[in-house]
Design a protein around this ligand. Structure first.
Ligand SMILES: *Cc1c(COP(=O)(O)O)cnc(C)c1O
Length: 474
């Protein structure tokens, strides 16, 4: 019989009986099984064959697809092993982006994590005495030196620090908070709920826009255990407003024998105004104003890992440390190693804008970002032509993560416009960018896809993907 015409065979549909048996497919893929073991490869092979069988029954499976079963199976196995958490390019214009993992760790912190975590370490072991140690001892002296505090401890994040502080200082009693500071930070963290979870009774004083010293004084009773201040982070109250600052509130609290706790949210440890950035209240200033406890995040302006830092008086921090909740909220060794290395960078303030990525990105000059945009414009324009146009534009970056909500940093980047078809096409482009091996995250605003280049420190990570982007758009 003459060989059938190739085009006919390749164009023809496969039937379920054309599919190989599972065992046969696994034998054909012996090297894959040898590399990854039977469990994963057989599981993926079964799922692959099941899917093909359904399509064959529906008459939708081309015979030619059966020739590529081995590479298809290998690709499925690779896809299963690829981590779902991936590195992306943050061109969103928000430097400390909560959804993109907040602060980038400094090299020193990354090296410390790598060096320590494959090895036993002295996390809770006293190398001088050979006895049991406390992880706080590794970091407390440094935090006290940097903030002027008498005592310090660290927990899993700032939400935990606030919860723990209130639980340790006011459980079963009342805590006073201004109505203007009953904030919600990202969905599930609402101060009234945190109070309830900590077992304290919330006493609200003042109004949404104005709270005065006498409001606090009148709310104090024998049931009061704590006064709490929360810094406006992800919102701003503007216009006819009044709040009582820590320096005014501390003597009121202390006259009544109460501790004053303040939640700074994003705690910068250095004066940002020195770097030409909007000023942010410092923990050291809050302690000097008389606060007994100050809490702030490790992965916002501090530029470290997720952590909650608690600094304050020996008495208040001592009570916090003794709370049974402290053990449940303690900082794990991985972020602990990164936090210590990050804090040590602050011992060299002259080097900070170079060594700490968060500060380096926030202080990046607009001219430098604009020059980068001009360099990348022709490459991106070639990749998205002919359906899109690309121009260099001035932009405003945001600091992000609840810090300094109304402040903007002059920046620059690339604006992509659809030359026809409008919104739908921009969405498709944004989807293609997110589909790259190193997903590119921009933002769509006023019918333009904006790529703010402030956080692009390695332009090759973008340009090396533009060929692929062009293929995806074709
Ligand atoms: C961000 C923030 C928190 C929560 O801090 P995490 O480290 O994200 O847990 C709490 N309070 C304020 C004011 C904040 O800005």
């Amino acid at each position: 019989m003459a060989a059938p015409d190739e085009s006919v065979v390749h164009g023809s549909k496969a039937s379920p009986k054309d599919l190989p048996a599972l065992d046969k497919l696994l034998r054909d893929c012996a090297p894959l099984v040898a590399e990854h073991g039977h469990t994963l490869v057989a599981g993926e092979a079964r799922a692959l064959l099941d899917g093909l069988r359904l399509r064959a029954v529906a008459g939708q499976l081309a015979r030619i697809e059966l020739d590529a079963l081995a590479p298809t199976l290998a690709a499925r196995v690779q896809a299963r092993l690829a981590p779902a958490m991936r590195a992306v390019l943050n061109l969103s214009g928000t430097v400390i982006h909560t959804n993109l993992g907040r602060a980038l760790l400094a090299d020193a912190a990354l090296q410390q994590v790598l060096a320590l975590l494959g090895s036993p370490n002295n996390l809770e072991f006293d190398l001088d005495t050979g006895g049991r140690g406390d992880r706080d001892d590794l970091i407390e002296g440094l935090l006290c030196e940097l903030t002027g505090a008498e005592a310090a401890t660290v927990v899993n994040n700032n939400a935990a620090a606030v919860l723990l502080g209130i639980a340790a200082l006011a459980r079963g009693r009342e805590a006073i908070v201004s109505r203007g500071e009953l904030v919600e930070i990202g969905g599930a963290f609402r101060l009234p709920d945190v109070m309830a979870a900590a077992g304290a009774t919330l006493v609200e004083v003042g109004t949404t826009n104005r709270t005065h010293p006498r409001d606090y004084e009148q709310a104090v009773s024998e049931r009061t255990a704590l006064i709490v201040k929360v810094h406006a982070s992800n919102y701003a109250v503007q216009g006819f407003t009044a709040a009582v600052d820590e320096a005014t509130l501390a003597p009121i609290a202390h006259a009544a024998g109460l501790p004053l706790m303040t939640d700074l949210g994003s705690g910068a440890l250095v004066d940002l105004a020195k770097y030409g950035l909007p000023a942010e209240p410092l923990p050291q200033a809050m302690l000097a104003a008389g606060c007994d406890v100050v809490t702030f995040s490790g992965d916002k302006l501090l530029g470290g890992p997720q952590a909650g830092l608690i600094v304050g008086s020996r008495e208040a921090v001592g009570r916090i440390r003794k709370s049974p909740m402290k053990r449940a909220l303690r900082l794990s060794k991985l972020p602990f190693a990164a936090l210590e290395a990050t804090l040590r960078l602050y011992l060299r303030p002259e080097r900070l804008a170079r060594d700490l990525p968060t500060l380096r990105l926030l202080t990046r000059p607009q001219g430098q970002i604009a020059a980068l945009a001009a360099r990348l414009q022709p490459e991106l324009a070639a990749a998205v032509a002919p359906r899109f146009g690309v121009e260099v534009v001035a932009l405003q970056s945001q600091i992000g993560s609840g810090s300094l909500p109304v402040e903007r940093l002059p920046s620059a980047g690339l604006a992509v416009t659809a030359l026809d078809g409008r919104g739908r096409m921009l969405e498709a482009l944004a989807t293609a960018l997110r589909g790259l091996p190193r997903p590119v995250i921009g933002r769509i605003h006023d019918d333009r896809l904006l790529l703010d280049l402030r956080c692009l420190e390695e332009p090759a990570l973008l340009s090396s993907q533009l060929g692929l982007l062009k293929e995806m758009l074709a």
